[in-house]
Design a protein around this ligand. Sequence first.
Ligand code: PGA
Length: 258
Amino acid sequence: MKKLYFGSNLKMYKTIKETTDYLTSLADLTGDISREEMELFIIPSYTSLERACAFVDQHLIRLGAQNMCWEEQGQFTGEISPLMLQEAGVKLVMIGHSERRHVFRETDEEENKKVNCALEHGFTALLCIGETAEDKKYAAGPEVLRMQLKKGLFGIDAAGADRIWVAYEPVWSIGVNGTPATADYAERMHQEIKRCLRELFPETGEQIPVLYGGSVNPGNAKELIVQPSIDGLFVGRAAWQADKFNELIRSAKKAAGR
Ligand code: PGA
């Protein structure tokens, strides 16, 4: 039975105490769900990470960083090094979130350097990709996704691919002004992504989990998770209260027959 993935990026929300309260409560609420069949992960702010790692059993909730520099040290003011994240106890690094690409102008080349660096340092790398509203208007979504995958995962070998997760998050679907993708549309894009991953990694590409994100909510979580090419849900706003996230996870699992 394939594993389902549920995770949330807390963005620039929650203080250290709010984060540890949230994680404690999420771990309690979801403690009875087998981690053999579900991977649960949370990506808090940098300042919360060390405390969160000390507080939470990462077998229950894997903790991740929202970004990472491609160098171990140097003249990179404001950046966080892979060594610093290892020291904090983080296991997962998110790379190329839509807000990094579009607000902070990160490029595919930079995401690629970060993915390679994350894998070299033993992290799982969650690469986020997604087309803009304009790409979609010209029906260029699949080409854009392929390009982001081919550039973002350039130079990664089959062994490295074991520690890659992909989140498909269409830019137009994210945040307060976003419109969620329909389940049909998301499934078609996930099929494209999986096809491209199989081309890039003929032996292991099929195993790479591909999660959908962008305005996931209690109303659409069930129809999204039952799509054959959607392996999990990457949730923003609808996950930031532990009880609400727990309910969303349980109803999605039930819809998926778990
Ligand atoms: P949202 O955020 O669910 O609030 O749209 C998703 C994301 O940015 O990952």
